[in-house]
Design a protein around this ligand. Structure first.
Ligand SMILES: C=C(O[C@@H]1C=C(C(=O)O)C=C[C@H]1O)C(=O)O
Ligand SMILES: [Mg+2]
Length: 469
């Protein structure tokens, strides 16, 4: 006779506690069940008070996977150095080795899952702006709603300690019931009302771009991505749920994400995949070279054609294709890259886009891809090391998680990371928006200023700010 779901969970948790005692270490327990499809944003908003500072949201452009996490049973943080990817991997593997799972198995993006990201540059000096995030931040949520295909799954995670008792089971069920019974339907999102919008050091930024062009012409630096900041002040605390709702409606071809840390939230709608891994199939995106959208279809097509043939933008793009292609060659059995770029058109901007796919060599993990790829010349520059150093020295802002890898990994070897651009850091009633551009030999400060202006628009529009031309 089949045992009841509650009995299965109870037995699983009891065995996880026993394992924790035997090993004298913490053991992760995870229960996964199919549930009626629930609106992921309502789930996110339902946790606004109870799980404040411990929520995340992720949706890919194809809407294949939507993940919302609430609470935090285990945080993984690595030291800020080159080892950070391997350190996170080691802790994640260690947790997986002893984890006890019950319920549905083998569905990607369900069960114990690590969500989070890395800062752009582990060597940059951290300021107060990003202090809740630090250099990197990953966590396993307490409750997670995954929508995979059209099916919804609820994962409940618990970290068992050697001195835990079976009371843990009742507490977990009670917490889950209390939370679910609070109602997941239509939790209202508050409006955000803008008070002030300010460009941070724009004259200095333009001078820096001109200096960078000079440096590119006279040294071995080929490309450097320089970003600037826009600061918005609102009347009240900004509701990240409302921002997500707007982004979902306005940016259907982007990854929509948020990651809360302390009272702050990093949120955005990025069009750029860094790496997706599904079994041994891997996918990346070369995205660089930009143009605004036309007022009407005719102008839009003409701007698109101009972009497809513009030497400066093609060069910006080609640096990215070569680098990602080499990084894939090193760890893949097979790599497929189209001959030339196509256009990716988002609401406010169009880009040159080349998709990359491959088959990973056995045992290569998604974090190894992240380590090898980040930062691509779309976020950093070329040569990579020199570009990162020059960004640190010249840019005059702390990128934090902006332009860094952000995403998730499950226990089945799947995961996906995007780069955190078209994004903002929300702190109470203030938002810092970031936008960068690839500076190459033929760049001009005024054109790059305009291009970064357009790149602020997805977040400006979602937040209710004044859009740039
Ligand atoms: C750095 C950003 O965007 C990157 C730079 C691009 C460019 O310079 O053409 C295009 C897409 C992105 O890879 C950003 O949006 O902040
Ligand atoms: Mg550009």
């Amino acid at each position: 006779m089949a045992i009841s779901e509650e009995t299965e969970q109870f037995q699983g948790l009891a065995s996880a506690i026993q394992k924790a005692k035997d090993l004298n270490d913490q053991v992760l327990f995870s229960h996964i069940k199919k549930i009626q499809c629930t609106n992921p944003l309502s789930f996110y908003q339902a946790g606004r008070e109870r799980y404040a500072g411990e929520r995340f949201f992720w949706e890919d452009p194809a809407k294949e996977i939507t993940i919302t996490g609430l609470g935090n049973v285990k945080k993984l943080k690595a030291a800020a150095n080159a080892e950070r990817y391997r350190e996170v991997e080691k802790s994640w593997i260690k947790l997986q080795e002893t984890a006890v799972k019950t319920g549905v198995t083998d569905v990607e993006a369900t069960g114990p899952l690590l969500f989070g990201g890395f800062s752009f540059d582990y060597e940059s000096n951290s300021t107060i702006l990003w202090n809740h995030f630090g250099d990197n931040l990953f966590y396993i949520p307490a409750f997670m709603l995954s929508i995979v295909g059209k099916q919804a799954y609820l994962t409940t995670n618990l970290l068992c300690s050697p001195d835990d008792s079976e009371k843990l089971f009742r507490d977990m069920i009670n917490e889950r019931e209390a939370f679910l019974s609070e109602g997941l339907d239509g939790v209202p999102c508050g409006p955000n009302s803008l008070v002030k919008q300010r460009e941070v050091q724009s004259a200095e930024w333009k001078r820096t771009v001109t200096e960078a062009v000079e440096e590119i012409k006279t040294t071995d630096l080929d490309k450097i991505v320089l970003a600037r900041e826009l600061r918005l002040t609102f009347e009240h605390s900004i509701d990240s749920g409302k921002v997500l709702e707007q982004l979902i409606a306005e940016q259907p071809l982007s990854y929509i994400f948020s990651l809360e840390a302390g009272g702050d939230c990093f949120v955005g709608a990025t069009p750029e995949r860094l790496i997706k891994k599904q079994g041994d199939a891997v996918f990346s995106t070369c995205l660089a070279g930009s143009m605004g959208r036309g007022k009407d279809q005719r102008e839009d097509v003409s701007l698109g054609n101009e972009l497809l043939h513009d030497q400066k933008n093609l060069q910006e793009h080609q640096y990215v294709v070569s680098m990602i292609s080499n990084a894939f060659d090193a760890v893949c059995e097979k790599v497929v890259i189209p001959d030339g770029p196509e256009l990716m058109k988002n609401r406010h901007i169009q880009h040159l886009y080349t998709p990359v796919r491959g088959v990973a060599k056995e045992g290569v993990t998604i974090l190894q891809f992240v380590e090898n790829l980040h930062p691509t010349p779309a976020m950093g520059g070329l040569p990579k090391g020199k570009a990162v150093v020059r960004i640190r020295e010249m840019e005059g802002l702390e990128r934090g998680f902006y332009a860094g890898p952000l995403g998730w990994m499950d226990t089945y070897g799947n995961g996906e990371f995007a780069v955190g651009i078209r994004s903002a850091l929300i702190q109470d009633n203030e938002a810092s928006l970031f936008a960068g551009c690839g500076v190459v030999e033929d760049s001009t400060a005024s054109a790059e200023f305009r291009e970064t202006g357009i790149k602020f628009n997805p977040m400006l529009s979602a937040l209710g700010g004044n859009l740039n031309e």
